[in-house]
Design a protein around this ligand. Structure first.
Ligand code: C2O
Ligand code: CU
Ligand code: CU
Length: 537
């Protein structure tokens, strides 16, 4: 059981640790936060201001990302917020999310898999006024337990090889894990912290339980089910009633992975490991529950209404953004044909706007898509509405081969003017590390007026657009009013600026500018500036 930390200032230190995974033989070299593999569970309260001092005492640079949280980009801990070894990074922010379970983990580009796999991962529990009043098990370590699912592979010296997929299951960094549970209702907060493997979770006797929450909060009502799939990055909260079992009995939590749908990593198809290892395409035991006496004051019934989710309605979106996943050479997956480039932002979002994202998968593998900063609501998966347990707030969604997922979300706040973008990516960490990641920024729509569709305000045109080298900006009758023409990155950096001397047509050499989306901003002598989009190829 990870320890807990509370309050408003949290000190986390990343360093090398040793973990005894096996009863005999060498301990395993691992990483961890605060002295042990994994990290303490952080308790946050909605509305409170928190400061996190994250010290990197590893022999490597890294970052720490607060997965799922609605926070300024500069506090988000993505690949731009590198913590060099021997230094401390101190983000601070107000907790705006509702009660749920988040997690934190490194996010250094090319190194996320290695750093998470070696042990850097911890949970964040947010509580709020709603969760205070709900009838639910909520005593950590008594009737409320974290379950961090990860697969590992050890060499003959008990050391972890950096593998995309492991052959032994670790629960809270423990092999052959068991847990004493009281004969009553017990809540579990499950996190899939694996590199790529998904788990179809269920009880050994196929009995049902209540699923009460997903990534971003409680469902409106508990969903009674016997199985659900948890893919990398996802969290689900469940409540299992052990009062039906006799003290002294044991029952296991299983991964029913033989029947995982096609393409989902760990299931029946796909080049996950060759030859298939001992967890592939199998049902296996993950955690054994050993039933002990109920506690005094046990929760015997859970609230039938848990949340009042405000659903975003299709039709209120300002745009639909399409991303297509395709596969290139050597298991390198891309969004819209692009690999991650830290200096290119492909998606600009305007604060306050609701958008639909439609993500199509044209590859043979499933991909758990994750977006930073926001929680979303799934509209459909392969054309069908989501199952009840995915009808709440999520920040990860699995997209199976040759299907499309559409979600709706609202980018509702501007937090900072930092030049740091947010990420979206596949949460299969090897895919992410190889470049299956993109960036978006949230701009204040009031800062600049954009007229992308027609030139009814000003009489200008840019051609060719997109272009690789030269563009012509035809100013029409505005030529004598435009004083300066600038090309501005979506992060607000001016990359080219030319003065205009009453001419009606200006050429710009854009060949040295990085590929991506830009704004061409015209400054007028006597009226507000005008901006239009330009794509550098
Ligand atoms: Cu779990 Cu970009 O993160
Ligand atoms: Cu994240
Ligand atoms: Cu992927």
């Amino acid at each position: 059981m990870p320890d807990t930390l509370g309050g408003s200032v949290f000190n986390l230190e990343m360093k090398d640790t040793l973990t005894q995974f096996f009863p005999t033989g060498d301990a395993t070299k691992t990483y961890g936060y605060n002295g042990n593999i994994l990290g303490p569970t952080l308790y946050f309260r909605k509305g409170e201001f928190v400061t996190l001092n994250v010290t990197n005492n590893l022999l490597d640079s890294t970052t720490t990302h607060w997965h799922g949280m609605h926070i300024p980009a500069e506090d988000d801990g993505g690949p731009h917020s590198v913590i060099p070894q021997g230094t401390t990074w101190s983000p601070d922010f107000t907790v705006l999310n509702e009660a749920t379970t988040f997690w934190y983990h490194p996010h250094l580009h090319h190194k996320t898999q290695e750093h998470v796999y070696l042990g850097l991962a911890g949970l964040i529990i947010v509580e709020d006024e709603n969760s205070d009043t709900l009838r639910l098990p909520k005593t950590y370590g008594v009737d409320d337990f974290p379950i961090i699912l990860q697969d590992k592979r050890f060499d003959d010296n008990n050391q972890l090889a950096n593998e995309t997929i492991g052959d032994s299951i670790a629960v809270n960094a423990t092999l052959n894990a068991y847990l004493d549970v009281p004969a009553q209702m017990v809540r579990f907060r499950l996190l899939n912290g694996s590199n790529m493997r998904a788990y179809q979770v269920g009880m050994e006797d196929s009995s049902s339980f209540n699923l009460i929450g997903s990534d971003g909060g409680f469902l409106n009502n508990p969903v009674d089910l016997a199985r659900f799939i948890i893919t990398p990055g996802e969290r689900f909260e469940i409540v299992i009633d052990f009062s039906n079992y006799a003290v002294g009995d044991s029952i296991s939590l299983m991964a029913f992975n033989e029947s995982l749908p096609t393409g989902i990593q760990g299931g029946s198809a796909g080049p996950f490991s060759d030859p298939p290892n001992k967890l592939d395409m199998q049902d296996f035991e993950m955690l054994q529950f050993r039933i002990v006496e109920a506690t005094a004051g046990a929760v015997t019934e859970i609230s039938p209404v848990l949340n009042d989710i405000e659903y975003l309605v299709e039709g209120t979106e300002t745009r639909t953004r399409e991303l297509i996943i395709s596969k290139g050479f050597n298991q390198i997956f891309k969004f819209n044909g692009n690999l991650f480039n830290p200096s290119v932002v492909h998606d600009t979002v305007y604060a306050g706007q609701t958008e639909i994202w439609a993500i199509g998968n044209s590859s043979l593998d499933a991909h758990p898509f994750h977006i930073h900063d926001v929680q979303f609501q799934i509209l459909d998966m392969g054309g069908d509405p989501p199952p009840a347990y995915l009808a709440g707030w999520n920040d990860v969604v699995i997209i199976v081969p040759f299907s499309e997922v559409r979600f709706i979300t609202k980018f509702d706040t501007i937090f900072d003017e930092s030049e740091i973008p947010y990420m979206y990516h596949c949460h299969v960490l090897s895919h992410e590390d190889k470049g299956m990641m993109g960036q978006f920024i949230i701009l204040d729509p009031l800062n600049i007026s954009i007229n992308e569709t027609e030139n009814d305000v000003v009489d200008i045109s840019i051609y060719p657009n997109p272009s690789q080298d030269y563009i012509t900006i035809d100013l029409g009758t505005d030529g004598d009013e435009v004083t300066t023409i600038s090309m501005v990155s979506l992060l607000g950096k001016t990359v080219i600026s030319v003065q205009n001397d009453n001419s009606n047509s200006v050429n710009m050499n854009v060949s040295s500018v990085a590929a991506g989306e830009y704004l061409i901003v015209l400054q007028y002598a006597n009226r507000p500036s005008y901006a239009t989009k330009f794509i550098k190829e």
